[in-house]
Design a binder for this molecule. Structure first.
Ligand code: 16G
Ligand code: ZN
Length: 533
């Protein structure tokens, strides 16, 4: 049975704020950090129950609000293979978080135990971590109270990046098996990535120093550690590494700033030389944005779509060189936000699928390919190698030295890439490998295709839930009649494309538009926004 009295006494110390409703959305629970105490406490219990449900396999809990403002915080559960929480449990989490009183909470937990058929005699194991937000320590102690309330065997992952926490979950759960993901420690993570990187660039011209904007977040300490493992194989220059001054996290820096403002973080203006590569991480180091200044000082952004194009083309080439073209199929997954020019570039080379926004959709679609490359335009993404593909690599006998080299590169890529979730540091090493192999500077990479001008605007509406979409969010089915009006507008713009979807993380509706000219993309976006308003 549930330890009712124990849960009761802990829960009374973490009352739910009566006016608030919480929802486990695309990014878990995420809102003002000061309102999350009861939610995080309850997530502690929930994580334990999820572990019991899965026979004591270790569940991950990450306390972070990623690229959001510093005052925000959030929490996400990670399933045993290092992936996002199974969808059916998102609803359970929402119910448990909103029980108004301790009694109601106990009832909700009891109902969950019954509906999910949880065997309470099983062990509960959890590994947890947080980012650098000031609200983190208090929320972690609420989480730990949740663990104590249920009786969870909990391991503290400390202050670390979201992708490292995902790595730890998978490493713990695969320990000692033939699918072992690596040693279950931060050291194991850095050793695995840096080792694969060094092998992949062996014998090539060493990359020039790379500037990393760490968003004044947890990526600063992770990048500093990674630098020590990389040694001189990749010189890193770390910027925006202040994790103690209040208010600076994600402020005028970081991957989300670069993507949404389409400009250089002001703090880099005097640092970045024309032609030099730089990249930005977000507040929990799972998103990556590259950029450079050309000879005239003009800013050029290399976003998630450009990363997908670079990486997918490279992998397709390696598969061909290895002689594995007919055994191993590579595919790409994008969302409607992918620049139309990137979709065109990719679709000429390999299968491309479009899915709704949110990592879980991309990840699951990518699992259907032998090698699935997925990136959101915002810089979140990774590459998945199916278990069968990894076995194919292990068994394959190359017939020429060139095939053998390509095969080894592919095998090393499976080690370099954090396949659990998008990982800015792992993706950064991946980009550096491709640039090194191709002898590309930013300009050559950028010229793979030219981005279509685009514009994203948000519209505050009275109820965003009246906006319903289909076809991977590319068409509105409700409110009735609106899509027809959008279609009519789009027709008037050369190269025009526009779609409207409700945000999953903010109380707004987003409008995206693309057209052949920047002024036209802006105009289209604002006219569609006018229809929505
Ligand atoms: C979340 C998603 C991200 C998506 C964004 C869209 C995860 C881990 N994160 O941050 O992938 O791009 O939401 O936000 O799934 P929106 O719904 O507000 O546009
Ligand atoms: Zn993030």
């Amino acid at each position: 049975n549930l330890p009712i009295e124990n849960i009761r006494s802990f829960s009374d110390a973490h009352p739910k704020p009566s006016a608030l409703h919480f929802q486990y959305g695309t990014a878990g629970f995420r809102t003002l950090g000061s309102t999350l105490d009861s939610v995080i406490f309850r997530v502690g219990i929930l994580a334990g129950l999820r572990s019991k449900r899965l026979d004591g396999r270790t569940i991950g809990v990450m306390v972070t609000a990623s690229h959001n403002p510093e005052e925000d915080n959030g929490v996400k559960l990670v399933d045993p293979r290092g992936e996002m929480l199974e969808a059916s449990w998102e609803a359970h989490a929402t119910v448990v978080a909103n029980a108004p009183t301790t009694d109601a909470l106990l009832e909700a937990l009891d109902a969950l135990v019954k509906t999910a058929k949880i065997d309470l005699s099983k062990p509960a194991r959890v590994v947890y971590a947080r980012d650098t937000r000031p609200s983190g320590p208090a929320l972690i102690s609420a989480l730990e109270d949740g663990f104590k309330a249920l009786g969870v065997e909990a391991r503290d992952g400390g202050v670390t990046t979201t992708p490292i926490l995902h790595y730890l979950v998978k490493a713990i759960n695969t320990k000692g098996t033939k699918e072992s993901y690596g040693e279950d420690s931060e050291d194991g993570y850095y050793t695995k990535l840096s080792g694969a990187f060094k092998k992949l660039i062996a014998g090539k011209t060493k990359p020039d120093p790379l500037i990393i904007d760490c968003a004044n977040g947890v990526g600063a300490s992770a990048a500093a550690k990674l630098a020590t493992y990389l040694g001189d194989s990749l010189p890193l220059i770390l910027e925006n590494t202040d994790i103690t001054t209040p208010g600076v996290l994600n402020h005028a820096c970081g991957a989300d700033y670069v993507k949404t403002q389409q400009k250089l973080p002001p703090s880099l203006i005097d640092r970045l030389q024309p032609g030099q590569r730089a990249c930005s991480l977000d507040g929990d180091a799972d998103r990556l944005m590259y950029y450079y200044l050309d000879e005239r000082g003009q800013f050029h952004m290399l976003d998630g779509d450009k990363i997908a194009a670079l990486v997918a083309a490279f992998i397709v080439e390696l598969v061909k060189l290895a002689g594995l073209e007919s055994d191993v199929k590579v595919g790409v997954v994008q969302t409607a936000y992918a620049n139309g020019a990137s979709t065109k570039y990719l679709a000429e080379r390999l299968p491309v699928k479009c899915v709704p926004t949110g990592v879980k959709h991309l990840h699951h679609a990518a699992e259907h390919y032998d090698i699935g490359v997925y990136f959101e335009a915002n810089g979140h993404g990774t590459v998945l190698f199916s278990q069968q593909t990894q076995e194919t690599f292990a068994k394959y006998e190359p017939s020429t030295p060139a095939q053998s080299t390509a095969l080894n590169h592919l095998i090393n890529l499976t080690q370099l890439i954090n396949q659990t979730v998008g990982d800015a540091l792992s993706d950064m090493l991946l980009v550096e490998v491709v640039l090194t192999h191709k002898s590309y500077a930013g300009a050559e990479w950028n010229s793979l295709y030219a981005d279509l001008p685009n514009r994203l605007v948000k519209v505050v509406v009275s109820d965003r839930n009246t906006f319903k979409t289909e076809d991977a969010e590319r068409r509105l089915v409700s409110p009735p009649g609106l899509q027809a009006k959008i279609n009519e507008l789009v027709l008037r713009y050369e190269g025009g494309r526009s779609f409207v979807r409700p945000s999953g993380t903010e109380d707004v509706v987003r409008v995206y538009a693309e057209a052949a000219l920047k002024s036209q993309a802006d105009e289209l976006a604002f006219r569609v926004a006018g229809l929505v308003y």
